[in-house]
Ligand binder design. Structure first.
Ligand code: DHB
Ligand code: FE
Length: 281
């Protein structure tokens, strides 16, 4: 059977992708950030997951204001790299796992989670920057990806609790997939940041570190956190953090933190990164 072995969270800042693509990872500004991923790159090279269920948000690249699914699963064989205004990133296309993706769709819908099916979409920095952070610059990504897109762009985004419950439903779905697959679930976005308006540039280290703590020590607090608290404490784009709760729900109750990293600044964002083991019984 397929099993979820680990979870990863990471911010997905576009400037991180540009630093990798343009060979600037060793500069004074960027080196401390990339150093925080050295452990994770070695870890994942050893873990060799077959599939990553990658929870991210599209930033008006594949979806526009005309169509905004709250939760969508990419069921295609392959996902092209989105052009976000500077041409597509020079990274390999993302290879899907249509069979697992369709199983997730069927299982989630029969489990009362009415998910949108996407058979063609380009993927933006929300999905490709986390892949680059963990896998570097390979000729082909060494993992298949099932993209799970969450609307956090247009109000109202789903609640943290709904995201957590989606994760639990993904866990139930993966457990009934007959093939023996090593599956990881990643949650991307965050941490505190605000890109627009008078509070642009907002960073809240206290809030961010408490969030990193409570993913393993006080999940109930995060599950019940209201949108207004994300906005007030973590800025308007801090709401991306609800996607980490999908990852957390998918791991089950018992998790072991393996690696934690927090760094400011990266562009306008505080970067947070966690690796959680889910194999404890
Ligand atoms: C930035 C961060 C994001 O998460 C994003 O989606 C876009 C921009 C930034 O810090 O510049
Ligand atoms: Fe984002």
């Amino acid at each position: 059977m397929a099993r979820i072995t680990a979870g990863v969270t990471t911010s997905h800042v576009p400037a991180i992708g540009a630093a990798i693509d343009q060979g600037r990872t060793e500069t004074e500004y960027w080196a401390p950030l990339f150093a925080g991923y050295d452990w994770s790159k070695k870890w994942i090279a050893h873990e060799r997951p077959d599939v990553v269920v990658l929870v991210y948000n599209d930033h008006a690249s594949a979806f526009s204001l005309e169509v905004i699914p709250t939760f969508a699963i990419g069921c295609a064989d392959q996902f092209e790299i989105a052009d976000e205004g500077f041409g597509p990133r020079p990274v390999p296309p993302v290879i899907g796992h249509p069979d697992l993706a369709c199983h997730l769709v069927e299982s989630l819908i029969l489990d009362q989670f009415d998910i949108t099916v996407v058979n063609q979409m380009a993927v933006d920095h929300g999905l490709t920057v986390p892949l680059s952070l963990l896998f570097g610059q390979p000729d082909a990504w060494p993992v298949r990806v099932v993209p799970v897109a969450v609307n956090v762009i247009q109000f109202p985004p789903p609640t943290g609790e709904r995201c957590y419950q989606l994760g639990r439903a993904i866990r139930r779905a993966v457990a009934t997939y007959p093939e023996d697959l090593n599956v990881q679930v990643w949650g991307t976005g965050g941490m505190s940041h605000q890109l627009h308006g008078p509070r642009a540039g907002l960073i809240n280290r206290t809030f961010d570190n408490a969030y990193l703590d409570d993913l393993t020590s006080d999940l109930d607090r995060l599950r019940s956190m209201a949108h207004i608290e994300y906005l007030r404490e973590a800025g308007s784009e801090g709401i991306e953090l609800v996607m980490w709760l999908v990852m957390r729900g998918a791991l089950g109750d018992a998790v072991t933190p393996l690696h934690r990293f927090y760094h400011v600044p990266a562009s306008n964002t505080a970067v947070g990164h966690l690796v959680l083991d889910a194999t404890v019984s």
